[in-house]
Design a protein around this ligand. Structure first.
Ligand code: C5P
Length: 308
């Protein structure tokens, strides 16, 4: 056998969206970030990032529905571009890359779509440039790209502490079914945190913690127990900015969802179902009431960014 390897011409990576089963928010830190204690779950709403060799430049194109793609930056502000630049510096390579992102994760929806693309770009470019970095080493770079980026490299169910970037896996069983109601008009995460600060300005916020009941529910694999344990401290702030979302949550609750809440900083709404048939019932109720712009069916947990 010869030792010759074909040059890599293109690497495709798929990456999941995240939801927060628990999002505990504490006081703002001196660096401007809030203390978090969260439980992430990766769900099977995937973006795909394809990386092709290029001589010097790092460029990005966005593909998908026009209302989605038109709001994603294509310049140096794109998080996938920043990820490729940071990895290039760490590896000391002098090549460029053309990134092509196929978007399915809602933009500015509270499901970490931009962070997902950054995680995928790290994995894709590490393969394209034969960087040989481990997932833990990529996670060290990911911390500087965004609080959710490290989790999206690993996926599954995980606790996130610090500002959300310190992740450790959670012992869990079962697969959970989610109806996801999206909204074309996104919410800015910094704006929602600002509103959280305004609503809590006279309160002495306790350090956030992950509730034992939620971890026990995940260990049991019982969706009814999980439904009782879900919570999101950013929900009041997001609803204060987008009161119309109350109606979406009500429709899902009335359709029998085991729990209804906002995903992260919103405006995406999450409805936990007991199984596939129940998921379909909730989706039909949401669609017929026309309270959200689109409805996605998802299952979690799934694995993090990986080459396909
Ligand atoms: O970490 P990331 O860049 O994704 O965060 C986006 C914004 O969300 C931050 O600039 C900050 O305004 C807010 N944020 C926060 N506390 C966190 C995470 C995010 O205030 N723990």
């Amino acid at each position: 056998m010869s030792g010759y390897c074909e040059p890599v011409t293109s690497v495709s990576v798929i990456v999941p969206a995240k939801i927060n089963l628990h999002l505990g928010v504490g006081a703002v830190r001196p660096d401007g970030y809030h203390r978090l204690a969260t439980v992430y779950q990766a769900v099977d709403v995937h973006d795909e990032v394809r990386a092709e060799p290029a001589t010097d430049d790092i460029t990005v194109t966005i593909h998908g529905d026009e209302d989605v793609t038109s709001s994603v930056p294509t310049g140096p502000d794109n998080l996938a571009v920043k990820a490729a630049e940071m990895l290039r510096d760490v590896l000391g390579v002098d090549e460029g890359v053309s990134l092509h992102i196929r978007k399915n994760i809602p933009v500015a929806g509270g499901m970490a779509g931009g962070s997902a693309d950054a995680a995928a770009a790290l994995v894709a470019c590490n393969t394209l440039w034969a960087g040989g970095l481990s997932r833990d080493e990529l996670a060290e770079i990911a911390v500087d790209l965004g609080s959710d980026v490290p989790f999206l490299l690993f996926g599954g169910n995980a606790i996130g502490t610090g500002r959300g970037e310190k992740v450790s896996p959670v012992l869990a069983q079962g697969s959970y079914h989610w109806a996801i109601g999206t909204s074309k008009e996104g919410l800015s995460t910094p704006e929602v945190f600002k509103e959280f600060d305004r609503l809590n300005e006279n309160l002495d916020l306790q350090p956030p913690a992950v509730p034992d009941e939620l971890l026990a529910a995940l260990r049991s694999g019982n969706p009814w127990a999980l439904g009782l344990g879900l919570s999101n401290d950013l929900e009041d702030a997001a609803l204060s900015l987008r009161p119309d979302l109350e109606e979406t949550l009500t429709v899902g609750r009335e359709a029998g969802a085991l729990a209804a809440m906002l995903s992260g900083s919103g405006p995406t709404c999450l409805f936990l179902a007991s199984d596939e048939a129940h998921l379909m019932d909730i989706s039909v109720a949401l669609a017929s009431s026309e309270v959200c712009d689109d409805i996605i069916s998802a299952r979690g947990p799934v694995s993090g960014a990986h080459v396909v």
